[in-house]
Design a protein around this ligand. Sequence first.
Ligand code: HEM
Length: 459
Amino acid sequence: MNVDEEVATAKKVAPPEPKYKHWLFGSGYAMRNNAHLEVVRLVEECGEIFTLTLPFTRIVVAAKPEYARHVLVENNKNYRKSLAYDMLKILLGNGLLTSEGDFWRKQRRLIQPAFSKQKLAALTAMMVNRSQMEAERIVGLAKTGEYFDVTNDMTALTLDIISEAIFSSGIDGQEDFVAKQITLLNQMATEKLNAPIRLPQNLPTPFNMKEKRVVKSLDDVIYSIINKRRKEGVSKNDLLSMLLDVRDEDTGEAMDNQQLRDEVMTIFIAGNETTANAMSWILYLLSQNPEQEALMMKEIDEKLDAGVELTFENIMQFQYVRMVIDESLRLFPPAWMVGRRNYEDDEIGGYHIQKGTNVLMPIWYFHRSEKFWDEPLKFKPERFAPEKRNQIDRFVYFPFGGGPRLCIGNNFALLEMQIILISLYRKFRFELKPGFMVEPEPLITLRPKYGMVMKAVER
Ligand code: HEM
């Protein structure tokens, strides 16, 4: 570096830091509780880009659409996944969500066809069948008028659907067990992330040992299904068979057992947790907004009464249902934050971003800021009417992320949620238990902290 360059580098300034700093743990310590709300407060205090410090960790929050576009699209080659994803690696290994570079690119190309239109069309009947079975189950609860936690039901249903899509069979009656383990791991990953000092994952601390046990219990479930399938040697029309059958473009080799496990586990977890949380928030928002709920039920009744069948092609006709989903993902985005780390120094908004910085993009803030939305806290599905939807900036509203690492399951999730909503609201509406406290908890995904206790009311 010549003298001029050195002077220029020395002048490069990092984004500003908030006033309050914990004497030992730094300014990032403020994010340990209710980080989704804290981030909004910090944007007000510091502006659209600011630094947070933590021991051994550099964080920059980038809360402007052009910054998100820069990181996720324009300069994405300079960025890998952020620290939060390291916490997930113990569970997801080197699967699609957590892998990087050429390896990720190759895996994405191999797996993408499993989410094609034809594949989704082939899954539609199964999704309808499973959702209608769930509706039948709820009939009993509606008759007695008892309150129940819909979060559990939505978790079981989305787990059932994703298991069918991957394994074309359930998970041998272990749904409840698996759901509990996933929630536990979500809590543990967040606890690790928020700990002021992170110990290496391979130290045999009680926390690490417990986490390993939980992961092992899920591994046992997945491996037993993979091994059974290998033994049967029969190819089925599901994701597992597809992954067993694909061959490396260069070497012609099949995926080894470890990689197969990582990809299956990733899709299994990513395809369940996010969608189940989204569904709970949708039922909540509809219960609080009777006018929009009525409009949605009217659409469902009119279409179904006119004989529209729930096929892949017809689902698009339920426009208002889709608008309700889009608006709910705006107000309660299950992936409330995405983050990346830069390989090389970068510049964002005129500020210097030193290499190795975790650049966080707070989706929750983008989705709820008055800067981008009129009456942002109001539930208004009309914002997403087809003629208006295209006018929304891709990086003001991005519940499924953006750029090359966009959610591979976005259309799967949208189809699934539309089918579940249509199947349930054909028969019931849901009412929140009076006085029940609803609070978002920003774990790796945004979930209702105390669940969502509601009752189904027959229509
Ligand atoms: C409402 C439901 C869902 C939401 C909000 C959601 C959100 C997201 C987001 C924001 C990302 C990008 C993360 C990043 O950029 O760091 C992502 C990635 C991913 N999602 Fe989803 N997702 C949902 C449903 C699903 C479903 C149903 C599946 C599978 C069936 C799935 C599988 C994945 C995978 C494998 C990735 C990693 C893709 C890659 O990096 O190539 N997701 N998801």
